[in-house]
Design a protein around this ligand. Structure first.
Ligand SMILES: [Fe+2]
Ligand SMILES: [Fe+2]
Length: 185
């Protein structure tokens, strides 16, 4: 699996994928999720990102991945939804929990599973990442997974507002869901 991925991804993205796998496994141990599944999902989460956006759109058509309006207006999100199909067909993954974690790693959703949350946040906190606020996120992820997710969404929204980027509705659903849950705690 690693060999095949290495051929498809750039060196930098391959290194990032190994970093996410390692971080996801660590977080799985910390929060009581399946460590092996976390490693596999982390490794494969960007398996469709080696293709250009044009190629991704063509592949979606070929693999029957539905491109609804929300995906059409947010092209960087597509590789998650497509990645789940690629992981299934090209890498032989049949485990739904792993596939869902790959699918939603770009935008999340309301009611994420523990593994989905771990992959989403490991994508941001893996050792090769370097951006403003990464230390705050790395601190939070060791204390409280939901709080780390809220901080990460806040950071991403800020960037997207600044860049005048389109927002995917799943991200807003995830935010609302986590805020309401944090109020009940
Ligand atoms: Fe990604
Ligand atoms: Fe990634």
């Amino acid at each position: 699996m690693e060999e095949k991925l290495k051929e498809i991804l750039s060196e930098k993205r391959f290194r990032h994928s190994l970093g996410v796998a390692k971080e996801a496994k660590r977080l799985a141990k910390l929060y009581g999720a399946d460590e092996e599944k976390a490693y596999t999902a982390g490794l494969l989460h960007d398996c469709a990102k080696g293709y250009s956006i044009e190629e991704q759109i063509k592949l979606c058509d070929k693999l029957n991945v539905k491109l609804d309006e929300s995906l059409r207006i947010c092209p960087p999100v597509i590789h998650g939804f497509l990645g789940a199909e690629v992981a299934k067909k090209e890498y032989g993954i049949s485990d739904d929990e792993i596939l869902q974690s790959i699918k939603y790693h770009t935008v999340g959703r309301a009611g994420m599973s523990l593994l989905e949350k771990i992959i989403y946040i490991a994508d941001m906190t893996e050792e090769n990442r370097d951006f403003d606020g990464v230390d705050e996120l790395r601190g939070a992820v060791n204390r409280d997974l939901n709080e780390a997710l809220l901080i990460s969404i806040e950071q991403q929204f800020k960037l997207q507002f600044k860049r005048r980027s389109t927002l995917h509705p799943n991200m807003i659903d995830m935010w609302n869901d986590l805020v309401l849950k944090s109020r009940k705690e």
